[in-house]
Design a protein around this ligand. Structure first.
Ligand code: F6P
Length: 340
């Protein structure tokens, strides 16, 4: 069998170990793999390279993706979709393994509907793919955010300030939630809950009264009433590219104005997506990459390799793509146990 592999959408730690797992599992069964560069763009434009075991040495702990990525939507126009099919035929790919988030997996499903063998592997630092309990990239991103918040705690305590850390998470607040829980934030704001300024400022005031400083973590997707500006363009899937100045800076201004506490904000942005994957992500990515090959070899194309509890299994694309997996009420309940 000949496998194709691509990584699409925003990068995250774990992509390289997943590629390594695909190549090694395929090679172990005597199967060849071709890598497509820059996500769906590489399949559309025939940008490819063979991948043998030697090419993936050392990828278990390396950040980024050796294949590159993009937010190209290959089904935006019929003519492009035809090119995708032609490239796969040119390389005699039997099964394409698409590693990505919702948009990449939706394109993979579309390709499967057009009669091609495709298996999906979910990834995203946002942890918001519906069919899987965890996505790789998430724990690594949270580790970076926790480190940032703990550093901010030191400087906030020294200066008796409030600090706001803005983390990624447009529609789902998993990164903010996990960061707030693990680093002991006084207030954590996620897009799943309406912004309540009175309650929020109350938490900040109580923390300052109790300890002389306050720690806030907020998802970039929190709606403060003033919509975050657009940078003026959209990606291939139609998502607005957000302006650099975000909710963290707005929240800091509000805290300072309403409480009088000197306040600073920090936005760690893409720092969360770089660096070596955490051990959990290395192992999860390895399991899912290998499972994707196994699914293909078992004839189970049109499926996504996912984590359910402690088991890795395959589920149909439709089940994995039933909308964004947002933070559930039980997690919010736990989070608010620790509010100031
Ligand atoms: O991968 C999802 C995500 O991390 C979002 O949380 C964020 O809004 C977006 O990517 C930003 O991506 P980029 O700036 O790379 O297009």
């Amino acid at each position: 069998m000949r496998f194709g592999v691509l990584t699409g959408g925003g990068d995250c730690p774990g992509l390289n170990p997943a590629i390594r797992a695909v190549v090694r599992r395929a090679a172990a069964g005597g199967h060849a793999t071709v890598g497509f560069l820059d996500g769906w763009k590489g399949v559309r434009d025939n940008l490819a390279r063979p991948l043998v075991s030697q090419d993936v040495v050392g990828l278990e702990g390396r950040g980024g993706t050796i294949l590159g990525t993009s937010r190209t939507n290959p089904f935006a126009r019929d003519e492009e979709a035809r090119k995708v099919v032609a490239t796969l035929e040119r390389h005699r790919v039997d099964v394409l393994i698409a590693i990505g988030g919702d948009d990449t997996l939706a394109a993979a499903r579309e390709l499967h509907r057009r009669g091609k063998g495709v298996v999906g592997v979910p990834k995203t630092m946002d942890n918001d793919v519906r069919g899987t309990d965890w996505t790789f990239g998430f724990h690594s991103a949270v580790a970076v955010a926790v480190d940032a918040l703990e550093r901010l705690r030191d400087t906030a305590a020294s200066h008796h300030r409030a600090v706001v850390l803005e983390v990624m998470g447009r529609d789902a607040g998993w990164v903010a939630l996990a960061t707030g829980l693990a680093a002991g934030a006084d207030a954590t704001l996620v897009p799943e809950e309406p912004y309540d300024e009175t309650a929020f400022l109350g938490r900040v005031r109580r923390a300052i009264e109790a300890r002389g400083c306050a720690l806030v973590v907020a998802s970039e997707g929190v709606d403060l009433g003033l919509k975050r500006g657009s940078a003026g363009s959209k990606d291939g899937f139609g998502h607005e590219i957000l302006a650099q100045r975000g909710v963290g800076a707005d929240l800091a201004q509000r805290i300072q104005k309403e409480t009088g506490a000197e306040t600073r904000s920090a936005q760690i942005g893409h720092i969360q997506r770089g660096g070596a994957p955490e051990i959990f992500d290395r192992i999860l990515a390895s399991r899912l990459g290998a499972a994707a090959v196994d699914l293909a070899l078992a004839g189970k194309v049109g499926q996504v390799a996912v984590l359910r509890g402690t088991e890795v299994t395959g589920i149909p694309f439709d089940e994995a793509l039933g909308g964004t997996r947002t933070v559930s009420p039980d997690w919010l309940d736990l989070l608010h146990t620790f509010d100031a």
